[in-house]
Design a protein around this ligand. Structure first.
Ligand code: NAG
Ligand code: NAG
Ligand code: NAG
Ligand code: NAG
Length: 208
């Protein structure tokens, strides 16, 4: 009967070790999310304290503007709007692979859109409108298969609209209005959607 008693013990050890490893894996992921957010937050000048109190020693789930999943294991949303920030987006944001909402709008941020944002495979909405972003729209954004809203209007984006964006869902609402884009006017994929807009790009339709 001693063998019979050992089986449950082995199972118990397996379950305890197994769940400890799972917890450790989840913690490592949240640490990675925190590193990415610390990198982004420290790149931003925030004279009005709009980012609020964000303690890099605490879980980012406790920071203003950040939302996590129900278990507090991973960062799922960033929402910052109407704040006088300046500084660039961090390529590290591309590591937040559970992110569904990236909303940093009406904030005056500058610089280019990092191509790494194309790695956010769960992203549902990217709202980066009404900032001072410049440079080209990264072709990598065409990889965002979950995307329903791509709002880049009211920036200083230049160059052609990458043909890769045709690969976004037909249902995606894309707003690129009020930029300085050039080159051919896309008509496929999301650009068939009545909620997509290319207005107020005076050089669109002309050679770049
Ligand atoms: C925004 O912050 C910058 C400093 O980063 C400052 O020069 C500017 O005056 C501020 N703008 C407003 C509207 O407060
Ligand atoms: C796109 O953005 C512009 C500028 O903010 C806005 O006027 C327009 O209504 C938006 N287009 C759509 C289809 O929502
Ligand atoms: C356009 O946007 C409106 C309001 O958000 C929504 O109800 C409608 O379904 C959208 N249409 C398409 C074709 O995506
Ligand atoms: C920061 C920024 O670009 N703000 C603009 C947002 O859009 C309004 C309406 O077009 C402009 O007046 C602001 O300058």
């Amino acid at each position: 009967m001693a063998a019979g008693a050992r089986v449950p013990l082995a199972v118990t050890v397996f379950v305890v070790v197994g769940s400890t490893m799972l917890l450790a894996a989840a913690a490592a992921d949240l640490d990675d999310d925190r590193s990415a957010l610390v990198d982004q937050w420290t790149r931003l000048q925030d004279p009005d304290g709009a980012l609020g109190i964000w303690n890099p020693e605490l879980s980012p789930c406790d920071w203003p503007h950040v939302t996590c999943d129900g278990q507090g294991n991973r960062v799922t949303e960033i929402k910052i709007g109407h704040a006088n920030l300046s500084g660039p987006l961090s390529p590290e944001l591309g590591k937040l692979d559970q992110l569904t909402k990236l909303w940093i709008s009406w904030t005056n941020i500058q610089g280019t859109i990092p191509e790494e944002l194309g790695n956010l495979e769960n992203l549902n909405s990217m709202h980066l409108h009404n900032n001072s972003l410049s440079g080209q729209i990264p072709a990598s954004l065409g990889k965002l298969k979950s995307l329903k809203q791509l709002h880049l209007q009211q920036n200083r984006m230049t160059g052609p609209i990458p043909s890769e964006l045709d690969g976004l869902s037909d249902q995606t609402s894309v707003n690129l209005s009020n930029n300085d884009l050039c080159g051919s006017i896309p008509t496929n994929g999301p650009f068939k959607n009545i909620n997509s807009s290319l207005a107020d790009n005076p050089r669109l339709g002309s050679n770049c």
